[in-house]
Unconditional design. Structure first.
Length: 385
């Protein structure tokens, strides 16, 4: 039995139901479906709206301390048939259980419910959320723009305006700040608070997504033989190609040189710096990265791009992350203070959760795998165990 492959297929199935497959992933899913008629039967079975909802609810009702490790251990020992499914006989219970468990873990236990059109919807957003005391709303599109004269302007996704910096006009529209090509060179800085993110189009056409608690300093026009910006925190870049004018990104720990590419820079002061390459090539400290690789702690490694840029696509990725790493991300997005009553529990998680959910909605998924916590006043989150 290939457990990792099973979980990957489960991930493809859940992504298919949510309409989020890439062309490459769709080809992989199609190949799996064509490989065996049983695969097609299984896929149809998992897509049945009423039965799947019942089966997922059954699996959700397993022991409250269920975790990835519990399910993996159960699968490896072949104990899947211990899970009863009333009024139905599966052609291969162990296979069905593996894929169903994969869907639940990937999507988050109890996250998905299928409607009558057989399309998956987040369970937590398909019904009206139950009010939770001391709950915290998710972050949103907000930032501070500091102009060349030191003037600060609040940015958000409701404003549609033209901002003037000397003779320069800057468009702020629907959560995006857009600079047009010009000759006036002035230094601007965009800063996002905790609970904020923003998009930026530089004068050369390069697009930047800025994560929470981050900043980017850049010129309003690029002159000379290179384009240079500096960041702290996290940013995703789609760099406009210009071989005659290489693009440079400076962080507190390193400098990244590119010609035209897509990459993510994670450079929060309190965390290891990580640069992940999606497309093209970049050079860091005379080391060349290829797509699918990351530069971290002076080393080049293979990386999970989907996980690295989940924030940019509107998700938290909990894949193989420690509880402390997850809480750091949640604290940054929801602007809360996290404390540990009895030290940091050693737990690992899987799955992706939408960043548009309230804090209590995200935490409910973690509670279902055994985490004990308490939301208090003044945006305090206490981890009990």
């Amino acid at each position: 039995m290939n457990t990792e492959r099973d979980f990957y297929i489960g991930k493809l199935i859940s992504a298919h139901m949510l309409g989020g497959l890439s062309s490459q992933e769709q080809m992989e899913l199609d190949a799996w479906l064509d490989a065996d008629e049983k695969n097609r039967l299984l896929f149809a079975e998992l897509s049945d709206p009423e039965q799947l909802a019942a089966d997922l609810k059954l699996l959700e009702g397993l022991k409250s301390d269920i975790s990835r490790q519990n399910i993996l251990a159960s699968l490896k020992q072949g104990r899947a048939t211990e899970v009863p499914v009333a009024h139905r006989i599966h052609f291969l219970k162990t296979t069905w259980f593996r894929y169903a468990a994969a869907i639940i873990i990937i999507a988050g236990i109890g996250t998905y419910l299928w409607n009558t059109q057989q399309k998956a919807k987040p369970l937590i957003t398909s019904t009206k959320p139950v009010p939770v005391k001391n709950d915290v709303l998710p972050g949103g599109q907000k930032a501070i723009l500091t102009l060349s004269d030191g003037k600060k302007i609040e940015l958000n996704n409701t404003a549609s305006e033209t901002i003037h910096d000397q003779a320069l006009s800057i468009e702020n529209n629907n959560g995006q700040l857009i600079y047009k090509k010009g000759e006036l060179v002035a230094m601007n800085t965009m800063t996002t608070p905790k609970g904020g993110q923003y998009q930026l189009t530089l004068a050369d056409g390069t697009r930047v997504w800025l994560n929470a608690a981050s900043s980017i300093t850049y010129p309003t026009a690029f002159t000379g033989n290179k384009r240079e910006v500096s960041i702290t925190g996290e940013a995703y870049f789609e760099v406009a190609k210009n071989a005659q004018q290489p693009f440079h990104v400076k962080t507190p720990k390193e400098e990244i040189t590119v010609l035209g590419t897509e990459f993510n820079v994670h450079a929060y002061n309190e965390e290891p710096s990580k640069t992940s390459l999606i497309e093209g090539s970049v050079k860091i400290n005379d080391r060349i990265l290829q797509p699918g690789q990351a530069f971290i702690n002076g080393n080049i490694i293979s990386t999970n791009i989907e996980q690295d840029i989940a924030w940019k696509n509107g998700y938290f990725s909990f894949e193989n992350k420690s509880l402390e790493q997850i809480m750091t991300e949640l604290a940054r997005w929801y602007d809360v203070q996290v404390t540990y009553e009895q030290g940091v529990p050693k737990m690992e998680f899987m799955g992706m959760v939408g960043r548009n959910l309230t804090l209590s909605q995200v935490l409910s998924g973690l509670q279902k795998v055994g985490l004990k916590l308490r939301l208090e006043e003044n945006r305090r989150l206490v981890i009990l165990r």
